[in-house]
Design a binder for this molecule. Sequence first.
Ligand SMILES: [Zn+2]
Ligand SMILES: [Zn+2]
Length: 469
Amino acid sequence: MGKDRIHFYIEQHRAALETMALDIWAHPEGGFQEKRTAQIQAEYLKRLGAQVSFPVACAPTALVAQYGSGFPVVGFLGELDALPGQSQKVCAYQEPAEKGGYGHACGHHLLGVGSLAGFAALMEVMREEKIPGTIRYYGCPAEESFGGKTFMARDGLFDDLDCCMNWHPSGEDSVALTQSSAFELMEFHFHGVEAHAAMNPHMGRSALDAVELMNVGANYLREHIIPAARLHYFITDGGRAVNVVPGNAAVRYAVRAPQIHQVQEIVERLVSVAQGAAMMTGTTVEKKVMSIYHNRLPNNALSDLVYENLAHCPWPKYTTEELELFRALSATYSPSLVEERCKTLGAAKDELWNSLLRRPIRKGNKSITVGGSTDVGDVSWITPTVNLTVTCCPIMVDGHSWQACAAYGSTAAAKGMTRAAQVMAWSAYDLLTTRQDVLGKAKKELQQDRNGRSYTPIPQDMLPSFDNL
Ligand SMILES: [Zn+2]
Ligand SMILES: [Zn+2]
């Protein structure tokens, strides 16, 4: 039977897949700089006989692999990028592998190779069983910063999907039914007139003054936007010398809100604040958009099917050393944090002390928006998309931390990755064969959730940014 064959394929290739993921973990790369990572994946997929396009969508490190033809078309989302300053060794105390270097503290090495493995296993079974339909793997860069998927979406690369498999490494097995926040990241560049700050300050027009006045204005704006919205900023260029009136200055802003149209409304008002600051200081201002993420729309119909498969996916056998590492990493958190996490997960304390919550959960519902943002949101507006999480670290460990980078670099994490591959390949197999009915339901649900709004891609003239956040 196809599902057993998927399991067998993954078992047979486990060593190679785990080695690939841990090798990528050991060579972390930043957003739109993931050349080595993308190359490794593209070569692996070509060797399997998939049709590989690399690079795509004006993003130098984005790739797409395809197998099969016709209906249905099922996607697998992978990610590639690491985080700056998060370098860490696999151990239970904080020690960077490279001081100040990149680190896979969000586990995108697992995310990418896990989705690739799900695609590869299903491809093999489709070939053997002559199953009609199309599957596609997306190697998506710069999720943490500039949104590779939004560039791929602008090029229409997700348009013909009937649904999309998506997962994230985590401290629990779950399907997340919550929304993520919509987000826009932008930089305001002010241009004034340089002058000697002591001899001729009256000749100067300070771009830094404009930045500071803009920030004051934005902080007043805060009170008059919806409470669920967030404004974050930092000054990226404040001048170079105290005795020169700064001719150029820049400030980077992020705006978050539950819905993309709410972000757009706040950004419009923020632009007015910037223009006001420019007017007050005799400077000019330019806005550069760096990324725009839609809020993520969960899909209950698709999530139910994936949950069934998740519940049937057996746990791996961990070695004593692997469990010891997980317990030691959990012990780096304070008892009050453990208590809080118990409440959030509805977990008993002994489950947390064992470091692993050995049961799947359905997390939240559509009325809840979590604070973070992801470019998976954009895909979820185009096609029904599932948000699976699979245990790759202790429950206590949150992403973007040294503990996460340590846990995700372990062999235990790689075992979670191959489970994710199996759950996604099983679910996609169902959709290609006996459960095509779910696709119709999932699409109808998406249409209702969009509530008459269509997906708006990023502006046509927007290019990938390359600096690091
Ligand atoms: Zn992340
Ligand atoms: Zn992530």
